[in-house]
Design a protein around this ligand. Sequence first.
Ligand SMILES: [Zn+2]
Length: 323
Amino acid sequence: MRVGLDVGGTKTEAVALDGAGTVIARVRRPTALGPDGVIASIHAAVDEVSARTGGRATSVGIGMPGQIVPGSGIISHAVNLGVRSLDVAAVVGTALGVPVDVENDVKAAALGAAVLRSAVVPATTATATATVTPGLAYLNLGTGVAAGLVTGGALWRGSRGAAGEIGHLSVDPAGPRCRCGQRGCIEALAGGRAVAERWGRPAVLPVADVFDCADGTDLDGPVRARARELREDVVRGVAAAVRVLVLTADVDVVVLGGGLTALGDRLVAPVRAALRRSGETSPFLRSLHLDERIELLPAGSPAAALGAALLGAERGEEVLTVG
Ligand SMILES: [Zn+2]
């Protein structure tokens, strides 16, 4: 039984997969912060998902927000978890006595999205084998913006694990200042935190508030105009991300996930329109059908936990069949 975890800043989600790759249990628990809290949360989630199934984990994969030291199970700069640096794989692996893989949560979600989209996880013997779509990008639109790429059935991490960090690609030299020091980064235009800071109006869901105010008629002109400006930035930021992912990796599909995608078609329709507009003056861009390559991750999908569960297979310890 493979176990996959998505350890987020507020909750930890765990799934258990049987030998055929089918999700047989799924649990959600709050995440305790700091190195000790995170490790305790991981163990509690593994225990709970094991108790649900009556099985025992044969491998554990963990997706976490932060940087993974390439080729290791060490997470660093996991600010949202209160972890500066922690060898998660060593600590958890020693305690459980099973192989433990650790990956950045967006990259894990990319792998999970590829498996979910293939909708085919063929049964094999004791080996969890997944058929994955070649050429998929997962674009996470949350507090920040980042992408994960799956090509040839495996994650494309790049030489230092930075592949897909397109949030800090500057697309407008005159755009708003980004926390990374540049101007006009995709994340400065479309990241939830950046939008909230620029909007400055207290709201539980600031990006949704921006969209509501942009559509609303009960606000004075300048506030509505500002909301429309910010909404336009979100749309052009997401469109730029889709463009760069397709032009760099020619992925079949860009799956959108993360908190902003709760906006559904209110976000996707204008992004598609922006991509179509960029094709109006360019037969080349038009020929790529960028607008047709976008899909939304189904709401509530445990993509990161599912992808995390398959990390061992994806890393080549077992054969992963590519569809
Ligand atoms: Zn930046």
